[in-house]
Design a protein around this ligand. Structure first.
Ligand code: NFA
Length: 99
């Protein structure tokens, strides 16, 4: 007689949590405050008040978290900032790290 295989229905979970990455902005002495606020609004969709708070926090503490995103979104935002900083010849640093 042929063997029968019975598969149990998986009632636990089929969904995996995506890994998240912190995008961190680094202070320097040359990038203008206006440019940092500009990229926080255009790339990270911050309003002018929050963009200014984040910029000042990075200016005072040396670095600061801009946001937490999935890998592809974080990577894209980092690339966009690198490109804009390069175009304007600012040495602005931005990195991503796993949460
Ligand atoms: N420290 C820069 C200045 O005084 C401003 C700045 C803030 C740069 C945050 C980079 C990140 N012009």
């Amino acid at each position: 007689m042929a063997k029968k295989t019975v598969y149990k229905e998986d009632t636990t979970t089929d969904f995996k949590k995506p890994k998240l990455y912190r995008v961190i902005l680094l202070n320097d002495d040359y990038t203008t405050m206006d440019f940092v606020v500009e990229i926080l609004m255009s790339v990270f969709h911050k309003d002018p008040f929050e963009a200014t708070q984040i910029m000042l926090n990075v200016h005072q503490n040396g670095k600061g978290i801009v946001g937490v995103y999935t890998y592809d979104i974080a990577k894209t935002k980092v690339s966009q900032v690198e490109q804009l900083a390069k175009e304007r010849e600012f040495p602005l640093g931005i990195i991503m790290e796993p949460e």
